[in-house]
Design a protein around this ligand. Structure first.
Ligand SMILES: Nc1ncnc2c1ncn2[C@@H]1O[C@H](COP(=O)(O)OP(=O)(O)OP(=O)(O)O)[C@@H](O)[C@H]1O
Ligand SMILES: Nc1ncnc2c1ncn2[C@@H]1O[C@H](COP(=O)(O)OP(=O)(O)OP(=O)(O)O)[C@@H](O)[C@H]1O
Ligand SMILES: [Mg+2]
Ligand SMILES: [Mg+2]
Lengths: 260, 260
């Protein structure tokens, strides 16, 4: 399995699912083989890729609690090169049921180490809006974390909490976990707050902030209702172009790191 | 204590905090005494009312886990008639710590029944974006639930989960819990999806949907950065007027119910 990247932020509605789906599809469009893991009980990544939650024979709940193998639950999406480990509402119960399980933070990590299916160049994990055992499982299993940050005051306020959680995970559970970067989402440059947030974030976090910014773009909100990534819904849209650029920047940041 | 109303939806970023703060302030502006309970570890309602989370001497965490009394943690906001039970990041640990506690779903309910402080006409509870033990505590302690629904496809998808949870809470924990209503938020009527969602919701839920709709309005996103409700930030704005109207409609719906 290639680099495992969690898309996380406990603040709700900041573009985690939209980024997980469209970044994954953009990487697949660049001919990488990508696996998207839906770890949110809402199952928005699953629906957003057109998968019927009632027809799946296995889900990420089974991975964490029923000893299912990753190769048993992975299914194809309609988008070439992109596979998904789907989620459904059963995952809501996982939080309480995991408490009693030994090594409960390592369940997802272990399912990756025991994986013997086809290789993937990238694994992207869509996290729920909480710093709970599901998100902790994702962070413990990941190489990198991508934080999606909505350009709003309340979202900026939550940054200290997610960064504190990363510090704790790195100390106790996963020393090689690094920050992949911070991606600004739903940015409407006509809005004073958005400009202010972008400026503050770039001053404070510097090169950790992606140059690419995702604009507020109605095509991104429409695409999930058709069950397709925005690349299929409207590839010329500002939203689609921004995610293609984000994927290219992610790959370029990796190469720059390796050469450093 | 007057009617206890939870503002809930497991979908993130759908206006729960914005509604909790501005509905509470609007009811206070109508000369009702209002208590706002922040039950989200992000503490956005606490910050949105200008309270410094580091300076509070008690929080809703202490209510659920340290046997503190409600009257010990309630503090004044700058807005006349509006008090708040603040939250801080300690609440993140409450989920896991509550599991071992007997009658863990009843902690908030019990703190309301043991309350002997000044009377309130309304209690509003701001819930986190999850169907976890914090939200279950809120629903078990409530008379009514207000569901804020963002006019977007992914948010509509999540309605079945929250309605299923309400059914279960009503059966097992709180038989008198009723749906106060569904409030459409962040509605941009120029956007095709928003019109479609509004039409579908009104067809399906009928009179349970508030006539008042909250428009997307930048003043609502600005107000928390000044630590005040939008009524104080810009009372003439479309956002402020919509929440004043929502408060009036809530009171009117109550009166209509009582006469029925
Ligand atoms: N750049 C954008 N422009 C316009 N709409 C967007 C954009 N990004 C996301 N959206 C819409 O905003 C809403 C929230 O986005 P999304 O569901 O991806 O956030 P999330 O962080 O995954 O939410 P949750 O915390 O509930 O998991 C969705 O309805 C989505 O379609
Ligand atoms: N009607 C509106 N117009 C414009 N911006 C809004 C509106 N309502 C909320 N917002 C902004 O959208 C963001 C999400 O709203 P809010 O934080 O109230 O949602 P929430 O459901 O409480 O989120 P969470 O799930 O993280 O608790 C915030 O930045 C808020 O300021
Ligand atoms: Mg999501
Ligand atoms: Mg909130």
């Amino acid at each position: 399995l290639g680099p495992i990247i969690s898309v996380a932020n406990q603040k709700g509605g900041v573009g985690k699912t939209t980024t997980s789906i469209n970044l994954s599809a953009s990487l697949a469009a660049m001919d990488y083989r990508v696996l998207l893991i839906d770890l949110d009980p809402q199952g928005n990544s699953t629906t957003g890729l057109g998968v019927d939650k009632k027809k799946i024979h296995g889900s990420t709940y089974d991975l964490l609690l029923n000893e299912s193998k990753l190769e048993e639950i992975i299914i194809c999406s309609d988008f070439e090169g992109l596979m998904i480990a789907p989620a459904n509402v059963e995952l809501t119960a996982a939080e309480i049921e995991l408490i009693k399980v030994p090594k409960r933070e390592w369940r997802l990590h272990n399912s990756f180490t025991e994986y013997h299916g086809e290789p993937f160049d990238y694994v992207i994990i869509d996290c729920p809006p909480a710093l709970n055992l599901l998100t902790i499982n994702a962070l413990t299993a990941s190489d990198r974390v991508l934080i999606t940050l909505q350009a709003e005051f309340l979202a900026l306020e939550g940054m200290s909490q997610i960064l504190e959680t990363l510090r704790r995970i790195r100390n106790k559970l996963n020393p090689q976990l690094t920050l992949d970067g911070i991606l600004l989402t739903m940015v409407d440059r006509r809005n004073r707050i958005a400009l202010q947030v972008e400026q503050e974030v770039r001053e404070y976090f510097g090169a950790q902030v992606y140059q690419t910014v995702i604009p507020r773009n109605v095509r991104l909100a429409e695409a999930p209702s058709f069950g397709v990534p925005v690349l299929k819904h409207d590839v010329r849209s500002a939203g689609a172009q921004a995610y293609l650029q984000t994927a290219a920047e992610m790959v370029q940041r990796e190469t720059a790191l390796q050469e450093a």
